[in-house]
Design a protein around this ligand. Sequence first.
Ligand SMILES: [Zn+2]
Length: 285
Amino acid sequence: MPELPEVETMCRGLHPIIGMQIASALCPKISVKPCGMYPEKGKLLKKLVGCEVLGIERRGKRVVIQLDGGNLVFQPKMTGLVSLTDPPDPGHVRLILKVQKKAGSNRKNIAQPEQVFFWDRRGLGTIALWTNEELENHLGPDVLGIDALTISVSELQSRSIKSKRPIKVLLLDQKVVAGVGNLYASEILHRIGVDPTRGADSLSDKEWIALHAAMLDILQTAIRYEGSTLGDGTYRNALNENGSYQNHHQAYDREGERCSKCKRGSIVRIVQAQRATFYCPACQR
Ligand SMILES: [Zn+2]
């Protein structure tokens, strides 16, 4: 967390700042360990001031603010959040960008944003300002896999079919497909009735087609609900409101509950590659 639907929601929420200019940039004094930055803080802040926002883009699970002075890339990792309004608490705000209308701009905006926050409770997230070339070196198609919303079933299958890794673990590999994380991987496999411990090479053509369709449907539906806000409350949309897809999870974090699909089994929790997996042993084969 946050995964593709949450990061996509953050990106969409940032659209009102397109065409605006960064008036100032600062890292508030906080008592927790600073998060990773490139270039180092002083240089980064100086470079950001005066930049114009040209566009917003999502790369896998990262938010990219395209500037006329480079690409500002936020990687939220476990608890990071990019927002336009007050983040969950002041003690973990990592970066504040004050934005203003460009001088001479006559654009009208009903809700004119004034600030962009990068907030991160655990501080595992990162902030980087990269040139176009650096962006491609770090997150280009040869480094990051094809996005989960655009990958075709044959691309997904050809990248996975020779792997003996458990299918759940494989889906988390961003080089195979970018954007799926722990939560949505459990949901996708529950939807299609595939045991998360099965080797990727054991899936039939029919199962790959079902997996691809479920992945698209679940991610797109989760975007419509503006992502999942879990119990830790760290994820919100750009306007500081909870997402609501958590109310539609069928497997994730439902250990011990009756399976909503087969109504026979109960959801169990196992650990795969140090991450929790939730599934129904009765109907996921
Ligand atoms: Zn079941």
